[in-house]
Design a protein around this ligand. Structure first.
Ligand SMILES: *[C@@H]1O[C@H](CO)[C@@H](O)[C@H](O)[C@H]1NC(C)=O
Length: 288
């Protein structure tokens, strides 16, 4: 008996019908997965808005809650943060998907260490079929390890942190060290309305001292991985001048872009955030 319709055709027709009905999101399998890592004091929920917007334009998106943020933060160091991110990366690569890693502030440090075991999967280092690769890393106001940190030249976090950090001995770190002069509405959410700033300030949680004070083990931005540093012109936590100390290091190879944002662009500048990620993720490699 002759089959007029192949199973594949049937599936595409069904999918097209469902898509037209708006029943399934139009996930573009050629687009990389976007893995979003939050800052210290922040949970993955800060990414809800941009996650929705990126999904709407066809991306598979995952936002990760770091074990080093939360009330039990004092019990962990940076290791589980790195492990959780590596697990998300590994799962996507095994599925043959490409991955873009996005880190905000301390989250940028975590993605640097997380790609250490995936150097052979860097889009810049590997040849052959362009799938199952790490397309690159995006640092939004990244609080990065300096290149010389690997040789041990790093001060204690208490010497280099903003003055409004509050240290609960060497267990947990809080953001409320100077609520009179440097409340979250000034340090983190300075472009949000007073009401929105209060909403997000109420969701801040302590971070682990050991996680913040850990020494980095890997530098990906010296040509090993494609790396974009996003400078935020109205950021009072990682100021543009401070960002320059990372970008201007001898040996650092960053693409850079400046956006009109505070420290938390996923909240205050979601359009710019999505545009930067989409543009970065859309660059096609020569081997594709
Ligand atoms: C923080 O890190 C520095 C630099 O590695 C180290 O010398 C110091 O002992 C650490 N502080 C604590 C309390 O672990």
């Amino acid at each position: 008996m002759k089959q007029f319709f192949s199973f594949g055709l049937l599936v595409s027709v069904l999918l097209a019908f469902l898509t037209a009905c708006g029943a399934v999101p139009t996930l573009d399998t050629k687009k990389p997965t976007i893995i979003l890592i939050p800052a210290a004091f922040s949970k993955a929920a800060v990414y809800d808005e941009v996650k929705g917007r990126l999904s709407n334009i066809g991306y598979d998106v995952v936002a990760i809650n770091l074990p080093s943020v939360g009330h039990g933060a004092g019990r962990v160091d940076r290791t589980p943060d790195i492990k959780w991110v590596q697990r998300a990366i590994g799962m996507r690569l095994r599925q043959g998907k490409n991955v873009v890693l996005v880190g905000n502030s301390y989250g940028a440090t975590v993605i640097c260490d997380a790609v250490k075991d995936f150097e052979a999967r860097s889009m810049l280092k590997s040849y052959g079929p362009a799938n199952g690769k790490i397309s690159g890393l995006i640092f939004f106001s990244g609080f990065l390890p300096y290149i010389n940190e690997l040789s041990g030249a790093r001060p204690d976090i208490r010497q280099i942190s903003p003055p409004w950090f509050r240290f609960e001995a060497t267990s947990r770190v809080f953001w409320d060290g100077d609520l009179a002069k440097a409340p979250p509405s000034v340090t983190l959410f300075n472009l949000l309305s007073k009401q929105q700033s209060n909403v997000w300030a109420a969701k801040l949680e302590p971070s682990s001292f050991a996680a913040l004070n850990a020494t980095a083990k890997y530098i990906p931005y010296d040509g090993k991985f494609r790396s974009l540093y996003v400078i935020a012109s109205k950021d009072y936590a990682v100021t543009p001048a401070f960002a320059k100390t990372y970008i201007d290091q001898p040996g650092a190879k960053f693409e850079t872009v400046t956006i009109d944002s505070d420290h938390m662009p996923m909240l205050s500048r979601p359009d710019a955030f999505v545009e930067v990620v989409d543009k970065f993720a859309s660059v096609k490699e020569a081997s594709e």
